[in-house]
Write a protein that binds this ligand. Structure first.
Ligand code: S3P
Length: 429
């Protein structure tokens, strides 16, 4: 565990790219592995979470050649995965664990998934419960809610399931299981969560229907290997978007960012707060919308956030709370209970850290309320082992009156291993 200290920046300038999208990178390995033929992935995110997924599929007999830039996955077809000879370690990655649970439920073999101390605390019943309705046999600690999970692969039957939470992980787990089930598997969600699985299933030629908040997958539909160019992760760009908005005189151009509408809640929220974020050169790459983002320092004001936009910005609330802390007036976040079961309880974590930086924060059960301050104080912040908490507080440090130290910066490698050097490249002091 090593600490990192960021000093206040005079301004920020530059043109950057951020690493590939984490969600799309996970899915490219999973679908590439069960497709027929070769899948070529460029722009793959080499964060620890995605490497966990890559290692798991290699352990199931999938050949993946990696020249440092491009991954070439030799797909084994729907029924070609092999029983792993050891436990599959998902590290910190909820996406690896939940999506693979769905995929593994319908295999003809036994597998066990585990993760780090944080992942082993996160709820898994949200996938086990609907999968068991499909006939899956999965065991876990805490009555089947916590990893390690033991999966006894078996025949599955399609189902129609209405999820209580808007969760792309739940939806995608069922879609992957649905490929192995007899008949159709339909998932309804209360609000639309990220739709990368729907797009990639279609891109690989799977039989799927998606519209509104419902998706249906037909069992047995074969996938064909494809070429994928992974766009920059808007959840990683988010830290630099907020940095550019809160540091006086800043201007950043962030190239090649994925702007899938199910992920652009951060742009909508920060724009509503008065932020200047321009989408330049919008295009489509491998079935996903992409743009360059031009972001300029702006005077922000507090707003009320809730409803449909919440799942569209779910990973960005830690850094949005930093923007809110420097906005004029009060920001109220509601309908964000899911933040309590992320890599850590992100409501409690940001409330603790922002208080140390001099902000008055009230935690609510499903969000927070805070009043913006003119200037953040330097402080000692805690990551709670969560990459996005660590990065959010380092961004806060750029606009603080003194240094901000985060106790553990190692966890940043789960999603954004190049974050610290990139930050120092654009910060002028
Ligand atoms: C993800 C879905 C989201 C998100 C996570 C990645 C995915 O989780 O928080 O970082 O790739 O499907 P939920 O689906 O649990 O909201």
């Amino acid at each position: 565990m090593h600490a990192y200290t960021v000093q206040p920046a005079r301004t920020l300038r530059g043109e950057i790219t951020v690493p590939g999208d984490k969600s799309i990178s996970h899915r490219s390995i999973m679908l590439g592995s069960i497709a027929r033929g070769e899948t070529v992935v460029r722009g793959f995110l080499r964060g620890e979470d995605n490497i966990a997924t890559l290692n798991a599929f290699r352990a199931m007999g999938v050949a993946v050649a990696d020249d440092g830039e491009t991954l070439r996955i030799q797909g084994k077809g729907l029924h070609g995965l092999e029983e792993p000879t050891d436990i599959l370690d998902c590290g910190n990655s909820g996406t690896s664990m939940r999506l693979m649970t769905g995929l593994l439920a319908g295999q003809r073999f036994f597998s066990v998934l585990t993760g780090d101390q944080y992942l082993r605390k996160r709820p898994m019943k949200r996938v086990l419960e609907p999968l068991s309705r499909m006939g899956a046999t999965i065991y876990g600690r805490a009555g089947g809610d916590k990893a390690p999970l033991a999966i006894v692969g078996t025949g599955l039957a399609g189902t129609e399931y209405s999820s209580r939470v808007a969760s792309a992980q739940v939806k995608s787990a069922l879609m992957l299981a649905g490929l192995y089930a007899d008949g159709a598997t339909t998932v309804h969600e209360p609000h639309l969560s990220r739709d990368h699985s729907e797009r990639m299933f279609r891109y690989f030629g799977a039989a799927i229907e998606a519209g509104g908040t419902t998706v249906t997958v037909r069992g047995g539909s074969e996938l064909s290997g494809r070429e994928i160019l992974v766009p920059g992760d808007i959840s990683s760009a988010a830290f630099f978007i907020v940095a550019a908005l809160i540091v006086p005189g800043a201007e950043l151009l962030i190239r090649g960012v994925g702007v899938n509408p199910t992920r652009t809640g951060i742009i909508d929220i920060l724009t509503a707060m008065g932020g200047s974020i321009e989408l330049v050169d919008q295009r489509e790459v491998s079935g996903e919308p992409v743009a360059d983002l031009l972001v300029r320092h702006s005077r922000l004001k507090g707003i009320e956030i809730g409803g449909d936009v919440v799942p569209r910005a779910i990973d960005e609330f830690p850094v949005i709370s930093v923007a809110a802390a420097l906005a004029e007036g009060r920001t109220v976040l509601r309908d964000a209970r899911e933040l309590r079961v992320k890599e850590t309880d992100r409501i409690a974590a940001m409330a603790t850290n922002l208080r140390r930086a001099g902000v008055t924060v009230t935690e609510t059960e499903d969000g927070m309320e805070l009043d913006g301050v003119g200037q953040l104080q330097g402080c000692a912040a805690e990551s709670f082992g969560d990459h996005r908490i660590a990065m959010s507080m380092l961004i806060a440090g750029l606009a603080a009156a003194g240094d901000v130290t985060v106790d553990d910066a190692e966890c940043i490698a789960t999603s954004f291993p190049t974050f610290l050097p990139l930050l120092e490249t654009v910060a002028e002091r």
